[in-house]
Design a protein around this ligand. Sequence first.
Ligand code: C5P
Length: 399
Amino acid sequence: MINLSNKQIILGVSGSIAAYKSAELLRRLKEAGANVRVVLTTGGAEFVTALTFQALSGNPVHSELLDTKAEAAMGHIELARWADCVIVAPASANFIARLAQGETGDLLSTLCLATAAPVAIAPAMNQQMWANAATQKNIRLLDENGVLQFGPGEGNQACGDIGPGRMLEAEQIAQLTADIFHTGSLAGRTLLITAGPTQEAIDPVRFLSNRSSGKMGYAIAQAAAEAGAIVTLVSGPTALNTPPHVDRINVRSAQQMHDAVMQHADKCDIFISTAAVADYRPVHTADQKIKKTQNTITLELQKNPDILTDVAHLENAPFTVGFAAETENLEQHAREKLQRKKLNMIAANLVGEGLAFENDENALLVLTANTKQQLTLTSKFALGRELIEVIARHYQAAS
Ligand code: C5P
């Protein structure tokens, strides 16, 4: 089954009779779980109306580059950043020529230049136009520039010709789109990931906890599964759905998380500790609900085990990645933690009002003993994928 859950896709539709197939493609992408925004060129709008795409995507259709109303809602740079990938289907000969030249006269080609996300084209044109030396030269240029190419297929064409130039079927394009995210960089590797907060019981109805949503850890777990890893996620209480192909173990307290992790740690290749584990727990948990009979009460706390340190100090320790949430002196505190906890890598981020914890976006400073890499502010899903690729590279270099 094609899986595109949590993916943000721009579907570009340029002027070709195959544009009618884009409506079906949009449906397939949505069914696979993607959030899709359609960018329609003037040529594309000659074949299928914006209304069709708007109704199917549930999002407004974008077509003007310099429309103040559209720019105010979601400007072209914002749209370019929003995308996890851009799929231009159909890509007409005219659009391919413009993209190869790096032109910016319309919204879709501008977006393709402005995005850091992968761009793929699904060419659709008459077989003679496809075979033409100018088109083939443009295709080579795009290939050199890293633009992915889906198809074209061969067969009967709308113009009556037979040959190469048919746009691939919606199902094939949806599958190729999903394949973009399946990097295989951790194929067969076993990953153990902690995520979310822990809850430290005070009595049967109250607990100590923190603001962690678990989103970062879940995004990393999803990215790891997509990279081909076998993933176990040990999760504190969150409101999130388990990512596809991820094995989830639910825990509440730090001690339960510690026990679950230790059961699996010696069997994993990589351990990623994103959980915001409570540092302390009440010494006593009351059996019954504490009554408000006294004006002040004292809660005595004791330190929880440090799960990350315990894993990193195992005799056969996996490649161990910690997180550092800091309010100041990010690099200094993170580097100190990297050394003290004997980690292979640490991913550090600033926390505080409106930052990281409850947000859908984050930025990370990734440190190893002798490297430093900044992953800039983006969605936690995109960041999870970037981090997994960084981890895969360092893990391979270390093993
Ligand atoms: O020392 P500090 O809590 O700042 O370190 C943060 C890192 O340690 C995170 O990766 C967190 O998941 C992990 N940690 C842990 N067990 C604890 C406390 C923190 O695994 N009890």
